[in-house]
Design a binder for this molecule. Structure first.
Ligand code: SF4
Length: 279
């Protein structure tokens, strides 16, 4: 049995994991890190574009881990009930299991210890999703260790030339087009920018509700209701008001005068999110 170490870093197509990959490749070029992405098959096209640009910056391929069954397969296994924050069968089957299987089959069962680098920032405090039953899989949090916060992530992306993912001006996170963690303004953004994906989400929801699913995608209303013109206007008005209120309260930090960007987490508060999908 080997007693060697492997280094892996999961990318979601989001800003934090991308910044961490850039950080590790610049600050620890000695580590031979394997970058990977677990594809649910339901991602935004902007995510693939961003990952492909990132590959260029890293000078390394990003391995695609395909779950052997797609979202629709699992949906039928769960009686057509939509996943929700309370029953997140999607992350478990589409993201976590393929990752754990890969690590076990290729590395830990061969005696390797695997260090998995996760992009929890220094201004974040959640640890959900970090524990594994596999004792040879060790989670490392470099941003916590060196104090990289949200603004630090923006700076890494900006300074490297990669910048933010294209979807960032209307949606705060990577992950499935129909992710239930989306805020209402993000659903409106999906409807306006990716009408086909929005219609697909609507049809999955319709079928789920017909099968007795207790959840719609967005809390308290169906996508049909959310997409009515008067409701869309209301959601946009509410968003503008919140945005203006946050911008007014902002205190400019003289050490970081460029800290100008207001993002959805600031407006709506930090959500409990999924590390595998949204980092
Ligand atoms: S992005 Fe959202 S819907 Fe997709 S697997 Fe992750 S939590 Fe589930």
């Amino acid at each position: 049995m080997k007693n060697e170490v492997k280094h892996v870093l999961g990318l979601s197509g989001g800003k934090d994991s991308s910044a961490l990959a850039l950080y590790m490749s610049q600050e620890h070029p000695d580590l031979d890190i394997e970058y990977f992405f677990t594809d649910t098959g339901e991602e935004l096209e902007e995510v693939y574009e961003y990952l492909s640009m990132l590959e260029g910056f890293l000078g390394k391929p990003i391995r695609n881990l395909d779950p052997d069954r797609d979202f629709r397969f699992w949906l039928t296994q769960y009686n057509n009930f939509l996943p929700s924050a309370q029953t997140r069968w999607c992350t478990k089957n589409l993201k976590l299991k393929p990752f754990e299987k890969w690590i076990k089959d290729e590395y830990t069962s061969q005696g390797y210890t695997v260090y998995s680098y996760v992009a929890i920032r220094s201004d974040e405090d959640f640890r959900e999703g970090l524990s594994s039953k596999n004792k040879s899989l060790v989670t490392k949090l470099p941003f916590k260790e060196v104090g990289v916060d949200r603004q630090g992530v923006f700076e890494i992306l900006e300074n490297s030339g990669l910048g933010l993912p294209k979807y960032y001006d209307w949606r705060s996170r990577s992950g499935c087009t129909f992710c239930f963690f989306q805020r209402k303004i993000e659903w409106v953004g999906l409807m306006e920018r990716h009408p086909d994906a929005f219609e697909k989400a609507k049809s999955l929801e319709k079928s789920a509700l017909e099968h007795g699913s207790p959840f719609s995608w967005s809390e308290g209303e169906t996508l049909d209701e959310l997409s009515r013109p008067e409701r869309v206007e209301q959601i946009k008005r509410d968003h503008e008001k919140r945005l203006a209120a946050v911008a007014r309260k902002r205190v400019v930090n003289p050490l970081r005068p460029d800290e100008g960007m207001v993002d959805l987490d600031e407006i709506y508060g930090q959500q409990k999110i999924c590390l595998a999908c949204h980092k």
